[in-house]
Design a protein around this ligand. Structure first.
Ligand SMILES: Nc1ncnc2c1ncn2[C@@H]1O[C@H](COP(=O)(O)OP(=O)(O)OP(=O)(O)O)[C@@H](O)[C@H]1O
Length: 258
């Protein structure tokens, strides 16, 4: 059994530390969520694990291999960035965007083979977006664009998929569909998932492990141990209440959902 992703004494940030001394182990096939207030470093943590941002100190291991700098094992992690970071002006079809998922492994100017096109189309079919393959990416709805970016992250057959706020700016029904899709990829296809989100009320049913980050503090563990009123109130610095319902817990701040 491969070891998954292990982080040891990791300090992240841009010169000045955002979060210090993180240590945790994301075993293969688990569903993790990273939550916390704006600007604490959730995306930076994800980017540091993925090797996009260098750590200030500490180590990242993938499958037991030290990947703090460069390593082959990085190909087993894929990334669905925040939508704002994806160019809306780039003239490409949905299919082109999915095919671009092969670039990190094969090089940008290498020809895409029929086999790779077949793999890309296969994932698009599975995600229910094959019918929009020839449409311009920037003409698609927010929900369709997320699914295209998820398909793009799948073509290299990763072990872990890192998604940065995959439902932000998407309506309730489409958010639910996207989360169901991510959950299917986890349960049916066995992918490990690590997701940054602000939508706690949507993810409870799916997630297993939580990294709850605040300013200068964090809590890591099973969702039942971390997502409680005390820790959430401490991290968000506001009175957070949890209402137990027949649909599961609902997270509330005053009369507003988180
Ligand atoms: N490339 C960068 N260079 C310098 N500072 C950065 C860079 N990217 C992000 N930051 C800063 O680092 C801090 C953490 O940013 P990050 O995006 O990781 O936060 P976050 O917890 O994901 O926030 P949000 O919930 O708002 O998306 C912010 O103050 C941000 O302005």
């Amino acid at each position: 059994m491969l070891e998954g992703v292990r982080v040891e004494n990791l300090t992240i940030g841009y010169g000045k530390p955002l979060v210090k001394g993180l240590s945790f182990h994301m075993a293969e096939g688990e569903f993790w969520v990273v939550v916390g207030p704006n600007g604490v470093g959730k995306s930076t943590l994800m980017k540091t694990i993925l090797g996009i941002v260098p750590p200030i100190s500490g180590k990242v291991y993938i499958h037991g291999v030290d990947c703090t700098k460069r390593c082959e094992e990085r190909k087993f992690l894929s990334y669905v960035p925040q939508m704002e970071n994806y160019s809306h002006h780039f003239p490409a079809t949905a299919f082109d965007v999915v095919l671009s998922g092969f670039f990190p492994r094969f090089g940008r100017f290498q020809r895409i083979t029929d086999r790779e096109k077949e793999i890309a189309l296969c994932w698009m079919k599975l995600l229910g977006i094959d019918k929009i393959a020839n449409k311009q990416f920037n003409s698609l709805s927010g929900g369709q664009q997320r699914k295209v970016l998820i398909a793009r992250a799948l073509v290299n057959n990763p072990h872990y998929i890192f998604l940065d706020e995959p439902t932000t700016g998407v309506d309730l029904k489409s958010s639910k569909r996207i989360l169901k899709l991510i959950d299917d990829l986890h349960k049916k296809n066995g992918f490990g998932i690590c997701m940054v989100t602000h939508d706690l009320n949507f993810v409870w049913d799916y997630i297993e492990k939580v990294i709850l980050i605040g300013y200068n503090k964090y809590f890591i563990g099973n969702k039942e141990d971390i997502l409680n009123e005390d820790l959430l109130s401490e991290i968000y610095e506001i009175d957070v209440r949890i209402a137990e319902t027949k649909y599961g817990p609902i997270f509330l701040v005053g009369d507003k959902h988180i």
